[in-house]
Design a binder for this molecule. Structure first.
Ligand code: NAD
Ligand code: SAH
Length: 404
């Protein structure tokens, strides 16, 4: 069997929530004839989500959400199974955008987006798509931020479900998913020891917390940089050092950005880095670490290992950038662990079903899924773990609702 198929078969075994949904709904085919255009990191877990939509009757058109995160063997395996796939791992943004266009050429009913590139395109150059588009489901923090900005300016044309903002998403995917997969990618690509190193985590949001806690677990001394005073206090109370990037730059061995912001390091910070410093991004696109400034500063640039680029700076020091500054866990790894994506993707299926059933009454706004759906996913997860919990008695319920 080819590697792509093996990868998909492997994840299928560890995605019990998607399997339960398939068992319950595949006979009913609730999405019969519905076209779903997906732009999301194209690897095995995403492939299984696409196949799940197909089992529910949908026609799926799929591309990646980042030029470097597509796994070509998985894309090939999907083509053989009736999914329209337009994707290739590439450093060429032009190819990436061409593929987004090809998905939109199918005039989807719904978009499942990660980072909002496909949705923004349908609101700008490809407004032809809006004629048939009925709703969007967005996977990640940055995508939700962009779509809320569109909504604020009165330019959002369809209802959006912010899947990222469900508790069963960000509490687990952003925190534990990014926490584990970021270190998996940094370690497999550098083969360096983490214990005893000074790790600088930029941003102490849901991703940053996960990255910091796992770095500490690996024995690193963790420094956090933040712009939000409350998150900074939280990082201190969690046992980490907090300081500005201008100071952290001088002492860090490994830097991981997870802010969703741009230019988190300035030119001065890069020039202050120690020889051998490792730079990795686990956040947003390739703008958190200013790759352009690195390129301009470098007197020499070389391939140090697969997915590792060395930059010799004018001061004679060499620093190493992982995965071209794109999110390291997906551009140079397999992304979040399977069980985590099972939770996120169960929410995605419920989000598309919710949009399908409710799009006519929904406004052109960004919505969060109803809390009942979050709770349903949590209960499904507990069931797969054979964990039972207590229930409120009627007396307790009344007591909690009263003011006496
Ligand atoms: P978040 O909003 O919870 O956290 C971001 C944090 O960064 C905030 O606390 C903010 O104050 C801080 N910040 C902003 N600008 C900063 C700066 N200049 N310096 C230091 N800190 C700064 O967001 P999140 O859910 O943690 O997501 C962060 C990014 O990671 C987003 O782009 C998101 O799309 C992406 N993401 C990546 C993965 C992955 O698989 N690698 C998974 C989930 C989310
Ligand atoms: N598209 C942007 C935004 C960050 S993507 C970019 O490429 O820079 C971050 C999202 O990737 C997370 O919300 C997470 O749910 C998703 N993700 C993480 N691991 C994944 C995996 N193995 N397969 C598919 N998506 C994954």
């Amino acid at each position: 069997m080819r590697t792509g198929e093996l990868k998909v078969n492997w994840v299928a075994k560890y995605m019990p929530l998607l399997n339960e949904i398939r068992e319950e709904l595949s006979a009913k085919k609730p999405l019969e004839g519905v076209k779903i255009g997906m732009s999301i990191h194209l690897e095995a877990k995403t492939a299984y989500l696409a196949l799940t939509f197909q089992a529910l009757g949908a026609q799926v058109i799929l591309t990646g959400s980042n030029p470097l995160s597509t796994q070509d063997d998985v894309a090939e395996a999907l083509k053989d199974r009736g999914i329209s796939v337009y994707a290739k791992r590439t450093s060429d943004e032009k190819v990436y955008y061409e593929n987004l266009h090809r998905v939109l050429d199918h005039q989807p009913d719904f978009i499942l987006d990660d980072g909002a590139d496909l949705t923004v395109l349908s609101h700008t150059e490809r407004r032809d798509v809006l004629q048939n588009l009925k709703g969007v489901s967005e996977e990640t923090t940055t995508g939700v931020r962009r779509l809320r900005a569109l909504e604020r300016e009165g330019k959002l044309e369809v209802p959006v479900i912010a899947v990222n903002d469900s508790k069963m998403k960000f509490l687990f995917d952003n925190r534990y998913g990014t926490g584990q997969s970021t270190w998996d990618a940094i370690m497999r690509n550098t083969n360096l020891l983490v214990a005893g190193k000074r790790v600088v985590v930029a941003g102490y949001g849901w991703c940053g917390r996960g990255i910091a806690i796992r770095a500490a677990g690996l024995g690193a001394k963790v420094v956090v940089t933040e712009v939000d005073p409350i998150k900074a206090v939280e990082a201190i109370m969690d046992g980490f050092e907090v300081m500005p990037m201008s100071e952290a730059a001088k002492i860090g061995d490994i830097f991981v950005t997870a802010t969703g912001n741009k230019n988190v390091m300035r030119k001065e910070d890069i020039l202050a880095l120690k020889d051998g410093a490792i730079l990795a991004n686990a956040g947003h696109f390739n703008v958190e670490i200013p790759v352009k400034i690195l390129e301009e500063l470098a007197v020499e640039r070389f391939q140090a290992r697969p997915n590792v680029t060395g930059y010799v700076l004018p001061n004679g020091r060499t620093v190493f950038l992982l995965a071209e500054g794109r999110l390291v866990n997906l551009a140079a790894g397999d992304g979040h662990p399977v069980e985590i994506m099972d939770l996120s993707f169960a929410l995605q299926v419920f989000a598309i079903l919710y949009l399908f059933e409710n799009h006519k009454r929904l406004e052109k706004r960004v919505y969060v899924l109803p809390p009942e759906i979050d709770e349903r996913v949590a209960r499904m997860k507990l069931k797969t773990l054979s964990v039972r919990i207590d229930e409120l008695t009627e007396e307790q319920r009344r007591y909690m609702e009263s003011w006496e």
